[in-house]
Design a protein around this ligand. Structure first.
Ligand SMILES: *[C@@H]1O[C@H](CO)[C@@H](O)[C@H](O)[C@H]1NC(C)=O
Ligand SMILES: *[C@@H]1O[C@H](CO)[C@@H](O)[C@H](O)[C@H]1NC(C)=O
Ligand SMILES: *[C@@H]1O[C@H](CO)[C@@H](O)[C@H](O)[C@H]1NC(C)=O
Length: 385
């Protein structure tokens, strides 16, 4: 044994000697180790330098990337182009996002089985107090819908993985009622939803909206309609034509000026029209400011000019203006009675595919958080879910 040979340590307990010996060997090992690393590192740098010099940076990068590509991805297959983004958060700004979302196929026949989906787009400040009713409404129809939520950028929701709202927040910005930032938020929702090629219909909703029928009824009503449901009417008074500004000519003249509720349902073609627009946007941004509430005029007017033959000119979201004033009625717990629900569901008149109909509304607003409990209770009997 080596330790015993050391003369200075004679007669002492051998344990500490072994320790000294060990600590002498360790640096040597470490040194060898570092040496190996140094050689390896040098070799690698020389190799990369060589590769960059003779193959070019791009080639080296592609070589590196291709060797790290996960085996799921098949960039050369059609699947790659039709799969929706699995993560909604992205780093595109609006300009980049709208450009990407405006890419639309020119061949109308899809070369694959495409099941058209409804995109439910929630424009909110933060929490969704009525989410349980939407969860119940959507449950079991996973192939036929997708959900998008635009909220204040600082807001983080806490839905569990089992929720239909789980990780469905899109990159958002502050938006104010009646201002262009509100239309920006709506376009942002449309653009994000357009990234999923299966989304065919786009419904704008708020945190105070509820569905009035079961999912299959809603789906078929929208699918079978020849028109998109966006409120659009020519109102002569101060709150209609009175908000028109002559400086909007020639893009928009007074006879084309329209008003309508912001809660729309549009098909994919109109959604692209809205996202790609750079002709009407500057006019509305500059000349429709409070007391001209741009979210009530921009899309109805623009779509009336571009595609009047595709508009139903009415909304499918019921709202109660009968109390008067600048805001519609909000309903709480005490308002939710059988009579009230009958009133919402019955006694309406409208056109559906040019035929007179009494079935006019698929959604309703505005409902306070306190209405949730009675609504859930009445839903099976009145809404069918
Ligand atoms: C949905 O409601 C309609 C009409 O009320 C009904 O005929 C249909 O059976 C319901 N569908 C489901 C899946 O509950
Ligand atoms: C507005 O535009 C429409 C369509 O281009 C045109 O028919 C109409 O005469 C114009 N009205 C005015 C007042 O300029
Ligand atoms: C909606 O209004 C436009 C003109 O504002 C009209 O051309 C179109 O036919 C209307 N749609 C329906 C379904 O009546």
């Amino acid at each position: 044994m080596q330790s015993r040979v050391l003369p200075l340590e004679e007669g002492k307990d051998p344990t500490p000697i072994t320790k000294t010996n060990h600590s002498r060997v360790l640096p040597l090992k470490l040194l060898k180790f570092f040496g190996l690393f140094l050689v390896l590192g040098l070799g690698f740098s020389i190799l990369s330098m060589f590769m960059i010099r003779y193959l070019g940076v791009q080639n080296v990068l592609t070589t590196v990337q291709s060797s790290f590509r996960p085996c799921l991805e098949e960039p050369s297959s059609l699947e790659h182009w039709i799969r929706p983004p699995s993560i909604l958060l992205h780093t595109m700004n609006d300009e980049e996002l709208f450009w990407r979302a405006s890419l639309a196929p020119r061949i109308k026949k899809y070369p694959f089985m495409r099941v058209p989906k409804i995109a439910f787009m929630f424009l909110t400040r933060g929490p969704l107090p009525l989410s349980p009713i939407w969860e119940r409404f959507l449950k079991g129809n996973e192939e036929l819908y997708s959900v998008y939520v635009h909220s204040l950028p600082s807001y983080r929701d806490e839905f569990p993985p089992s929720s239909v709202f789980y990780q469905r927040q899109i990159p958002s910005q502050v938006s104010e009622w009646g201002k262009m930032s509100m239309c920006d938020a709506e376009r942002r929702l449309l653009a994000n939803a357009l990234l999923d090629i299966s989304n065919e219909w786009f419904v704008l909703l708020s945190e105070s909206c509820i569905p009035l029928h079961n999912f299959s009824t809603v789906y078929h009503y929208i699918m079978r309609s020849r028109y998109s449901f966006i409120g659009s009417f020519d109102e002569p008074g101060p709150y209609g034509r009175g908000r028109y500004n002559w400086k909007m000519e020639p893009e928009v003249n007074i006879t084309q000026w329209r008003k309508g509720s912001q809660w729309f349902e549009v098909n994919r073609r109109l959604a692209v029209n809205i996202v790609e627009d750079n002709k009407f946007y500057p006019k509305f941004e500059e000349f429709c400011r409070p007391a001209c509430y741009v979210d009530e005029h921009y899309f109805p007017t623009m779509l009336t000019i571009l595609t009047p033959h595709l508009l139903a000119n009415r909304s499918i979201t019921w709202v109660d203006w009968s109390r008067g004033g600048p805001h519609p009625a909000t309903f709480g717990k005490a308002d939710i009675t059988e009579e009230f629900l009958k009133k919402i569901l019955e006694g309406h008149k409208c056109l559906y595919n040019n035929q007179p109909s009494s079935f006019c509304f698929l959604f309703a607003r505005k409902f306070a958080p306190s209405s949730l409990e009675p609504l859930l209770q009445f839903a099976p009997k009145f809404f069918g879910f």
